[in-house]
Design a protein around this ligand. Sequence first.
Ligand code: GDP
Ligand code: MG
Length: 370
Amino acid sequence: PEAITVGELANRMAERGADLVKALFKMGMPVTLTQTIDQDTAELLVTEFGHRIKRVSESDIDIQSTEDVDAAESLQSRAPVVTIMGHVDHGKTSLLDALRGTEVVAGEAGGITQHIGAYQVTVKSGDKITFLDTPGHEAFSEMRARGANVTDIVVLVVAADDGLRPQTVEAINHTKAAGVPMIVAINKIDKPEAKPQKVREELLQHEVIVEDMGGDVQDVEVSALKKTNLDDLIEKIQLQAELLELKANPDRPAEGTVVEAKLDKGRGPVATILVGRGTLRVGDVFVVGAESGKVRALVDDKGRNIKEAGPSVPVEVLGLSGVPGAGDQLTVVENEARAREVAAYRAGVIQQKRTTSAPASLESMFSALR
Ligand code: GDP
Ligand code: MG
């Protein structure tokens, strides 16, 4: 949604355009001064050139005390949140489906898996992994532009018969910009024309150095189609998650991020929330983006009504005043009067931002340049 030409970016950074073009070329993006690049790539460039940048999100508005830090002793491990990225047709959807198929906890009778934009699987060890099923890089960068960095680990899918393609490079740039660790899944290994080693070499050109090549990025050869090495991939995700020591306090009012939201004919506005910390419960009063509400029902990724959802759990929330945007923050507040007040305030701020001429987050990104 937000793009800037290379020339304009150079101006704002007070750098030479040619230097930016050169840097972009090195990142695998041959562009000219008049071509536009997306916000994540711009941010990566700014970082590379050593400027300090800060994303400012619409949801920065302090509601209660969003700054409050949970005491160390209140923290408990939480499941990693994984996003799968890669070039179109390299097998993202197939891999998501195959991984979902590894679920070891049988669903209850009648519990039909439904699409809610995220799902959680329980793997053999009993641990859980949450997968975000958001379509593509745009959702990823859109959410980041709104200040929502919900992904802990990116799985980069590269088809072994096709190698690195433009969207693969974009995904690498997005992941680097987000500072999220990456695991490479070299897919379609069942194909006779698969060349996994070539993929590793191509990755090298983009400074993604897998372990075999002396780097620290984990890679695994898989076939989403034949379900080959999925256990291996899961193990690598778990290993990465362990290194990250992911923790959250489940015993506090919930905060979460909108993964997707829609107006459902029968159920009204529905949002899929990924809980970040705290526990969301039926009856909780909340603000989400410029909307407010009271949790009428919580529905999990298997279509079951549940009473509560803790950290890293994706859940559909019913009882909203309207449809929020992906990346909006949900915060539980003490009462409905407070919820309406905060929602109205946010609505005003968001309205204001929309009427300013320049794209808000790109603007604010550069206003923070020094
Ligand atoms: P996406 O666009 O990245 O989501 O890719 P899809 O999952 O839709 O897959 C694109 C095509 O590649 C489909 O025809 C899949 O059946 C096929 N495909 C995906 N994974 C594999 C694999 O491991 N082996 C083979 N042979 N085909 C695959
Ligand atoms: Mg797909």
